[in-house]
Design a protein around this ligand. Structure first.
Ligand SMILES: Cc1cc2nc3c(=O)[nH]c(=O)nc-3n(C[C@H](O)[C@H](O)[C@H](O)COP(=O)(O)O)c2cc1C
Length: 211
C-alpha cells in the first residue's frame, strides 16, 4: 500500500503572491507570465483559454483554443485554426474577440479583449506551420471542413501522413490577437484583488476594481 500523498505540481500552485499582491504593475506582469507559461506548458490551464466571437445572429460563440504564443511587449496572442471553421467567418465579420482563462492553482482569472487578424499563406502562417508538429498539421486536412453537417458520425476523413501537408496548409490559419484590454481577478484569502488594464486610448490606462 502506498502512503504517498498526492503531489501538487509546483508550477501550477502559487506559493507566494509577494511579487504582485497590491501591486497594479506587478499584477499585469503576472498576468502575462501566466499566459507565457500557458504557451510552454500544456498542463497549465492557461494553455487552453476560451475564445469568444459573435456569430452571424449576433450571439456570443465560445470555444476552447490552444494558446500558441503570448508576447507581452507586442501585446499579441496567437492560436491556430482551420480557415473553414465558423470562428474564422465570425472574426472576418467582427474582429473584436474576447478570451478567458482561469488558473485554479493560482486562483487567478484573466479576461481579455482584442482585435483578431487571421493570417493565411503569409510569413506568420508559414512560420507557425513549420513550428507545428506533423500530428497537429494532419487535422487541417480533414474533409469535409470542420462544422460541416454529415449524415453519419464517421462521414469524414483526414490524411494519415505528411504527404497531405501542402493541401492541409491551404486550410491553416494563424490568428494573432492584439490585446486591447485585460482584466485581472485574484481570489486571495486575505482579500480578493481585481484590476483592469486598457490600451484602447493609445496609452495604457489601469485601475483597481471592486472584486
Ligand atoms: C482542448 C481543446 C483544444 C482545442 N484547440 C483548438 C485550437 O487551437 N484551434 C481550433 O480551431 N479549435 C480548437 N479546438 C476545437 C474548438 O474548441 C472548436 O470545437 C472548433 O474549433 C470549432 O469551433 P467553431 O465552429 O466555433 O469554429 C479545441 C478544443 C479543445 C477541447
Amino acid at each position: 500500500m502506498s502512503h504517498r500523498l498526492p503531489q501538487a505540481s509546483p508550477e501550477h500552485v502559487r506559493t507566494s503572491d509577494g511579487a504582485f499582491y497590491d501591486d497594479l504593475d506587478g499584477s499585469l506582469v503576472e498576468a502575462w507570465r501566466l499566459l507565457e507559461e500557458g504557451v510552454r506548458d500544456r498542463h497549465s490551464p492557461c494553455h487552453t483559454p476560451s475564445l469568444c466571437t459573435l456569430d452571424a445572429e449576433g450571439l456570443p460563440a465560445v470555444r476552447t483554443v490552444v494558446l500558441r504564443a503570448a508576447l507581452p511587449e507586442e501585446r499579441l496572442l496567437r492560436f491556430h485554426t482551420d480557415l473553414r471553421s465558423h470562428k474564422v467567418a465570425e472574426m472576418a465579420a467582427q474582429p473584436r474577440v474576447a478570451l478567458h482563462a482561469y488558473h485554479p492553482g493560482c486562483k487567478i482569472q484573466l479576461r481579455l479583449t482584442g482585435q483578431a487578424l487571421v493570417h493565411h499563406d503569409d510569413e506568420v502562417a508559414r512560420k507557425a506551420w513549420q513550428a507545428s508538429r506533423s500530428f497537429s498539421r494532419l487535422c487541417y486536412g480533414v474533409e469535409p471542413g470542420p462544422g460541416a453537417a454529415i449524415e453519419a458520425p464517421w462521414d469524414w476523413h483526414q490524411g494519415e501522413d505528411d504527404s497531405v501537408d501542402a493541401e492541409s496548409f491551404r486550410n491553416f490559419g494563424a490568428v494573432l490577437v492584439k490585446v486591447q484590454s485585460l482584466e485581472w481577478l485574484y481570489l486571495a484569502a486575505r482579500g480578493h484583488r481585481r484590476a483592469h488594464f486598457d490600451w484602447r486610448g493609445g496609452a495604457l490606462s489601469k485601475s483597481w476594481l471592486v472584486p
